[in-house]
Every structure is written in structure tokens, then in C-alpha cells.
Ligand binder design. Structure first.
Ligand code: PNS
Length: 166
């Protein structure tokens, strides 16, 4: 069985993430969506909350498993027999960061390939950070995130955010 892993912070999951997950499903038998810790980020939602939101968005996808892991992606992939990391590549600005991670993961786990899917044109500019910024200023984010988590983001902002660093 060919298993892919879509790793990320998913703070929160966007339509761009879901697009990549759905396209991974077309190529692999199973896609693990892994909420991992990015030490460079302070997040709006805890890991457990992000897992809950992702599970809600993927509940009808039998071939998708949502997990959380607070160690190295390369190690988790080895434990789970993962064939490839699947990530979306938006603009050239993503490239250096993603290239560094891909080479590092390959060094840590030589059996693990990283595959980049060019993002869909409508998601070129989309990121969780942009979504949060629009929402914080009261803008409409309904075109950017799955409808089933829209209220969670708005509620979190209205409640006054407490940033997490897990
Ligand atoms: O959505 P993000 O924040 O760009 O995702 C980055 C993430 C979480 C995939 C990356 O920080 C990660 O893999 N974290 C787990 C720890 C790890 O393996 N670090 C080395 C990566 S080269």
C-alpha cells in the first residue's frame, strides 16, 4: 500500500490544504494528514484543536487519517511506512524553505521522497497566516476556509486569542 503524508501546522486548515489532500488521494492509497509542531510558529489553535478541525473537514474521506505528532516528521514517516511527503508549492517564495526541509528529511530518512504539487491557481496567495490576518480585521474568510470551521475561527478571534507554542 502506498501511503502519503501531508504534514503541516494547519493553523487553521484552508481550502488550499484540502486541495492538496484531495490531490494526494488521487495518487496514493492512503493519505495521513499530520499536524506537527513548527517551532518557529505561535499558533491560534492547539494541536488537539487543529486535529479536531481537520477531522471534521475530512470526515467523509475513508482513505484519510488525521494524526498529531510532536517529533520529527522523518521519524514518524518511517514508523508508519510512508512512501512520500506531499506538499503544496505556491510561489517561488516557498521554494527555499521547502527545498531545505525536503533535503533534511531525505537525509534523516533516505527512503522518504518529497513530492510537491503546484498549488491550484486560485490558492496561489492563500495561507493560514493570511486567513488569520483577514479574520482579525473582520474580513470575510468564507472563500478561503472550509465552511465547517468558519465559526471556530471567528469565535476564537472574538474570544480573544491566546497564542500557543507547542
Ligand atoms: O505548515 P508549516 O508550518 O509550514 O509546516 C512545517 C512542518 C510542521 C511540516 C515542519 O515544521 C515539521 O516538519 N515539523 C516537525 C519537526 C521536524 O521534522 N522538523 C524538521 C523538518 S526539516
Amino acid at each position: 500500500m502506498k501511503i502519503a503524508i501531508c504534514p503541516g501546522s494547519f493553523d487553521p486548515v484552508t481550502l488550499g490544504h484540502l486541495d492538496i489532500i484531495n490531490r494526494s488521494r488521487k495518487v496514493f492509497d492512503k493519505t495521513i494528514v499530520a499536524v506537527l509542531v513548527n517551532p518557529d510558529k505561535h499558533t491560534m489553535f492547539t494541536v488537539d484543536e487543529r486535529i479536531t478541525l481537520l477531522k471534521r473537514c475530512t470526515k467523509d474521506m475513508d482513505d484519510v487519517e488525521v494524526v498529531g505528532f510532536d517529533g520529527l516528521l522523518a521519524e514518524y514517516a518511517r514508523e508508519r511506512g510512508v512512501t512520500a511527503i506531499v506538499k503544496g508549492l505556491r510561489a517561488l517564495s516557498d521554494f527555499e524553505y521547502e527545498f531545505q526541509q525536503a533535503l533534511t528529511n531525505k537525509k534523516l530518512n533516505p527512503n522518504l521522497e518529497t513530492m510537491f504539487l503546484t498549488t491550484s491557481a486560485e490558492n496561489m496567495f492563500l495561507s493560514s497566516s493570511i486567513v488569520k490576518q483577514i479574520a482579525r480585521f473582520g474580513g470575510d474568510i468564507s472563500n478561503f476556509v472550509p465552511e465547517c470551521i468558519l465559526e471556530d475561527i471567528i469565535d476564537r478571534i472574538n474570544a480573544g486569542e491566546e497564542l500557543h507554542n507547542e
